[in-house]
Design a protein around this ligand. Structure first.
Ligand SMILES: *Cc1c(COP(=O)(O)O)cnc(C)c1O
Length: 390
């Protein structure tokens, strides 16, 4: 009989040998474009705080106010005694913001996806999932025990063929709205049209679109001017919204069912209500103006133009996620290290997070960056390109 600790120790050594071992770095102080990492200050392009709200004074003040009014803990699950009035207000505000009848608040996007899929489908039903979907959609699919069909990334022809052949009573399409490692936007008008044509439903994960895309950051459906009762919209609140948590919005009957039956909603302690206070401040900022989104778009253009002549290419993306594909795991790590020597922190993303031979630097831009900071990144990458090409 093998020894579990020795066996896993060996697996860890293998990861190390393949340059796949991950390390955490300790961050002191708040999030922002300048990060204090392991005691040194870096210009960081690694966060999902796309609007720079994670350390915004209005959110901090609202969280303090929430702390004074509600204390720290929620004490129980929402269905027992943990559903605070401020969360009720937040759900109504989120539903209105994304133009849906009703919303349900979850403590994270991961939990939301896991809970929603399992509540809606089971054995005998079929899930259709884009190959590049986020891990939590895939895990939710596995838990549900519904049949799981993967279609090639963005391939609406293949998806349609599969939908046309399928005879299950419930068909649920799963898709990231903005793909988290590539930054491209799913073909939402086509997805919604396929739902209508084949009596299917869409769970849309807008973790990287909510707050960023569409007027005032109302999300990727608003970006396309789409509305459909066949869509369940999942937005996360720990990325552009600057706080933590998630919500699912959609038809009121479906949302009521999720409240009754989503296990990751029913069987978990509610989030601290002070977070909902902070999130109401987020929504007030978003509704007030979209200068942050405009500035972000300007930075995206600046980066794309600045990196056009590199030996590596950026994947096409109009979002804050800009993936510079370098293919080789070691080169990705070397570039990450090279940038670090320039005082810049950009994460190298390697398999299994992304497909083999597509290792990359995942550059995340934020409205909190200045054009000067983006220029610094461009200059450093150009210097490294000369070094690694020669
Ligand atoms: C981050 C992310 C999630 C998970 O959201 P959390 O609130 O961080 O748990 C889900 N889907 C996608 C596409 C994500 O990027």
């Amino acid at each position: 009989m093998g020894n579990l600790i020795d066996e896993i120790g060996g697996q860890l050594q293998q990861l190390q040998a393949q340059n796949l071992l991950r390390r955490r770095r300790i961050v002191d102080g708040p999030q922002g474009p300048l990060l204090n990492v392991d005691g040194e200050s870096y210009l960081a392009f690694c966060s999902n705080d796309y609007l720079g709200l994670a350390n915004h004074p209005a959110l901090i003040a609202a969280a303090r106010d929430g702390l004074d009014r509600f204390g720290v803990g929620a004490s129980a699950s929402a269905l027992i005694s943990g559903h605070s009035r401020v969360v009720e207000e937040l759900e109504a505000a989120l539903a209105a913001f994304v133009g849906m009848p009703r919303a349900l608040h979850f403590s994270s996007g991961y939990m939301a996806n896991m809970g929603v899929i399992q509540a809606l489908v089971g054995p005998g039903d079929t899930l259709f999932s884009d190959r590049l979907n986020h891990a939590c959609l895939i895990d939710g699919a596995r838990l549900s025990k519904a049949e799981f069909r993967v279609y090639a990334h963005g391939d609406m022809v293949q998806l349609e063929r599969r939908l046309a052949k399928n005879t299950s009573s419930r068909k649920l399409i799963l898709s990231d709205a903005v793909f988290s490692m590539d930054g491209d936007i799913a073909p939402l008008p086509e997805l919604v049209a396929l739902c209508e044509r084949y009596d299917a439903w869409l769970l849309l994960d807008d973790a990287h679109g909510f707050g960023v895309l569409g007027p005032q950051g109302r999300g990727s459906l608003a970006h396309f001017g789409l509305a459909s009762p066949r869509v369940l919209y999942m937005g996360t609140l720990g990325k552009a919204a600057g706080v933590a948590g998630a919500f699912v919005a959609g038809d009121a009957t479906l949302i009521e069912w999720l409240m009754q039956r989503a296990r990751t909603y029913v069987f978990t302690t509610a989030s601290p209500p002070l977070l909902a206070s902070a999130l109401l401040a987020t929504l007030a900022l978003l509704r007030a103006d979209d200068a942050r989104q405009r500035h972000l778009r300007k930075l995206i253009k600046q980066l794309q133009e600045g990196l056009a002549d590199l030996p590596w290419h950026l994947l096409p993306s109009e979002t804050a996620i800009q993936a510079l594909i370098v293919k080789d795991n070691k080169l990705a790590l070397d570039l990450m290290q090279g940038l670090r020597e320039h005082g810049i922190w950009v994460p190298a993303i390697r398999p299994p997070t992304v497909p083999k031979n597509t290792a990359r630097l995942r550059i995340s831009l934020s409205a909190a960056h200045t054009t000067e900071q983006v220029a610094r990144l461009i200059a450093a990458l150009k210097t490294l390109a000369v070094k690694h090409a020669g």
